[in-house]
Design a binder for this molecule. Structure first.
Ligand code: ADE
Ligand code: ZN
Length: 337
C-alpha cells in the first residue's frame, strides 16, 4: 500500500519501528569490509566483495560465526567503529527505525589490541550525531561471548566500568550449543548489581531449557527464543512474566534454525500473548535489514503493526519514548488502513 509523500514507499518501509537485536559488527557491508581491510592492512580470505557474498551460505550458527569473526578483524580503529555505526543508523532510519538498541562485542577486539574506549567511543559518537541528523534514538548494549569463560565475562564488566553511564545493558551471544546461560549466572548477577539492563541470546539453536535458564538468571529480554515456541509451558511463562523475544526471521532462515518462514512461529507466539518483536541480527550476512524482515513474514498489515508496537513496548527506552513510539505505529496504521 502506498503511504505518505513517496508513492513507492510501502506500509512496512514507513512503519515506525524499534530495532532491538542487531550486532553492529554484523552490519558490515562487504564493500565496507574490504575498504576497512585495505586501510588497516588486514588480509581477508576472499578476493572480492562478491566472493565474500558467495560465501554467505551457512550450515548453522557455528559456520556463520567463523566467517563473521573473520570479518570483525578489519575493525581496528575508533574511526572504524564510528563509520560502521553511522552507516547502520543511516540505513535503519531510512527503513523507519526510530529506536535502535544495538549490540557490540568488545572481547575479540580487546584481544586484537583495540582499546575499549576506542570501540565504544566511536560507536557512541555516531549515536549522538545520528540523533541530531535523523532523529534516530540509539542506545548500546555490550555482549559477552559465551564460548569464553565466565571469568572473562566478569572481567569484561570491570573493563566497561568507566563507561557504565554510556551503556544501556549487557547480553550474551556467540556459539550457543554447549554454552548454557546458567554458566553465566554470576555475570548476570554482577551486571544487574551494576545497573545494566539484561538480555541473553537463547533458544536460537539451543533447547528451551536454555531460555528457562536465562529467565532464571533474571534476563529481561530473550534474543531469538525460537525454540521456546515448541514448549507450551515455557510460552506460558514468557507470557506471564512479560519477557519479550527479539526474533530475527531472516537470520533463522539463513542459519537453518527454520526452513520455511510460512510456518515461522512469531504469529502463533503473538496470539499466545508473548511480546514478540522483529529484528535483523546481522543484516548483510542474512539478506536483509529490519524492514526486509517484516516483509519476509508475509503477515497482514495490522499484525505487522502489532509487532512494531511490541518493539517499542519491549525496548528499554523511558516510558514517554515507548508511548510515543506506540502512538506513531497506531497513527501509521490508521493513516494507511
Ligand atoms: N553474534 C552475531 N550474530 C549472532 C547470532 N545470530 N547468534 C549468536 N551470536 C551472534
Ligand atoms: Zn544476535
Amino acid at each position: 500500500m502506498a503511504t505518505g509523500g513517496d508513492p513507492a514507499a510501502s506500509f512496512v518501509d514507513t512503519l515506525p519501528k524499534a530495532e532491538l537485536h542487531v550486532h553492529l559488527e554484523g552490519t558490515l557491508e562487504p564493500e565496507d569490509m574490504f575498504a576497512f581491510a585495505a586501510r588497516n592492512d588486514v588480509d581477508l580470505p576472499w578476493a572480492s566483495p562478491d566472493e565474500l557474498r558467495a560465501a554467505y551460505s551457512y550450515t548453522g550458527l557455528d559456520r556463520f560465526l567463523e566467517l563473521y569473526y573473520r570479518g570483525c578483524t578489519v575493525l581496528r580503529r575508533r574511526a572504524d567503529f564510528h563509520e560502521l555505526t553511522a552507516a547502520y543508523l543511516r540505513r535503519a532510519a531510512a527503513q523507519g527505525v526510530r529506536r535502535a538498541e544495538m549490540f557490540v562485542s568488545p572481547q575479540s577486539f580487546l584481544d586484537a589490541g583495540v582499546p575499549v574506549a576506542d570501540q565504544l567511543g566511536g560507536v557512541l559518537d555516531a549515536i549522538a550525531e545520528a540523533r541530531t541528523d535523523t532523529g534516530i534514538d540509539g542506545a548500546l548494549l555490550v555482549i559477552a561471548q559465551r564460548h569464553r569463560s565466565e571469568a572473562e565475562a566478569l572481567e569484561l564488566l570491570e573493563v566497561l566500568a568507566p563507561h557504565r553511564e554510556s551503556l544501556l545493558g549487557v547480553g550474551l551471544g556467540g556459539a550457543e550449543r554447549g554454552n548454557p546461560p546458567s554458566r553465566f549466572a554470576r555475570f548476570f548477577a554482577d551486571a544487574r548489581r551494576r545497573g545494566y539492563r539484561l538480555t541473553c541470546h537463547a533458544g536460537e539453536e539451543g533447547p528451551p531449557e536454555y531460555v528457562r535458564e536465562a529467565l532464571d538468571c533474571g534476563v529481561e529480554r530473550i534474543d531469538h527464543g525460537y525454540t521456546a515456541a515448541g514448549d507450551p509451558a515455557l510460552v506460558a511463562r514468557l507470557r506471564d512474566e512479560g519477557v519479550p523475544l527479539t526474533m530475527c526471521p531472516l537470520s533463522n532462515l539463513r542459519l537453518r534454525v527454520t526452513d520455511d518462514l510460512s510456518t515461522y512461529p512469531i504469529a502463533a507466539l503473538h496470539d499466545a500473548g508473548v511480546v514478540v518483536t522483529v529484528n535483523s541480527d546481522d543484516p548483510p550476512y542474512f539478506g536483509g535489514y529490519v524492514a526486509d524482515n517484516y516483509r519476509a513474514l508475509g503477515l497482514p498489515d495490522p499484525t505487522l503493526a502489532a509487532l512494531a508496537r511490541n518493539g517499542f513496548t519491549a525496548s528499554f527506552a523511558d516510558d514517554a519514548t515507548v508511548a510515543a513510539g506506540r502512538r506513531a505505529v497506531d497513527d501509521h496504521l490508521a493513516a494507511c488502513g
